[in-house]
Design a protein around this ligand. Structure first.
Ligand SMILES: NC(=O)c1ccc[n+]([C@@H]2O[C@H](COP(=O)([O-])OP(=O)(O)OC[C@H]3O[C@@H](n4cnc5c(N)ncnc54)[C@H](OP(=O)(O)O)[C@@H]3O)[C@@H](O)[C@H]2O)c1
Length: 199
């Protein structure tokens, strides 16, 4: 398959890239810097030009997205807007534009995270946007055109990220990022749709 992988240089993106490469897929990478295609997924025009450059693909795998981390009492309205743009509206726009351009059997795999179901202090924006994306995935699955599919990968903290997030996720059991990468393979190569893969 020809697969458009967004966020390919990140912790998760690198693991997905390596899992896809092992399975002989053709991979086109995208991110703001250092990839085949430069894209800022928070900008709909940038997404449009990414799809123009990538051409028709069999699967879109997104591993990019960011949210502000702040105590709830310090959150501004702009912080919430930034989170919605950075991880929810950006991913929804990837699917909205992509669904019109891609072939009948294309799939979309989005990223959410454990905070949807298991909140931590300073993570309220992340919890909110992850929940929005998971609701979107279930809703879009029954309306995508042709036989297109959509799933979300919703991992707990990665073992590889514990040096950054370990204090926030005290008592959580981290998973190797390769486990989340496997869920991308399940989404891309399988036939399931509307699923949220948790780990
Ligand atoms: N790390 C964890 O433990 C963990 C656990 C569960 C869920 N997640 C979720 O997984 C996702 C990836 O996390 P990560 O730890 O792999 O992050 P990361 O290492 O910071 O990687 C993020 C990747 O996305 C790209 N990117 C970021 N913003 C972008 C934008 N606006 N447009 C295009 N590309 C963009 C970055 O490259 P450029 O900077 O060059 O654009 C980079 O390649 C996040 O949504 C995170 O919430 C992470």
């Amino acid at each position: 398959m020809k697969i458009l992988l967004i966020g390919a240089n990140g912790t998760l993106g690198s693991a997905v890239h390596s899992a896809l490469r092992k399975r002989d897929h053709q991979i086109v990478t995208a991110s703001r810097s250092g990839s085949d295609i430069s894209v800022d997924i928070t900008d709909p025009d940038s997404i449009r030009s990414m799809y123009e450059r990538a051409g028709r693909v069999d699967a879109v795998a997104n591993t990019a997205g960011s949210v502000p981390w702040k105590p709830f009492t310090e959150l501004s309205a702009q912080d919430m807007r930034d989170g919605l743009t950075g991880k929810a509206l950006s991913q929804i726009e990837l699917v909205r534009q992509g669904s019109m351009l891609m072939g009948g059997e294309a799939s979309f795999t989005l990223i959410t995270g454990v905070l949807t179901r298991d909140p931590v202090v300073t993570g309220s924006v992340a919890s909110t946007v992850n929940g929005a994306v998971e609701a979107f995935v279930r809703a879009a699955a029954i309306e995508l055109p042709h036989r297109q599919r959509i799933n979300a990968v919703s991992p707990t903290v990665f073992a590889e990220s514990m040096d950054v997030y370990g204090d926030l996720f005290a008592g959580f059991q981290p998973v190797p990022v390769a486990v989340a990468a496997d869920a991308y393979i399940r989404s891309i190569e399988g036939r399931q749709t509307g699923q949220v893969y948790t780990m």
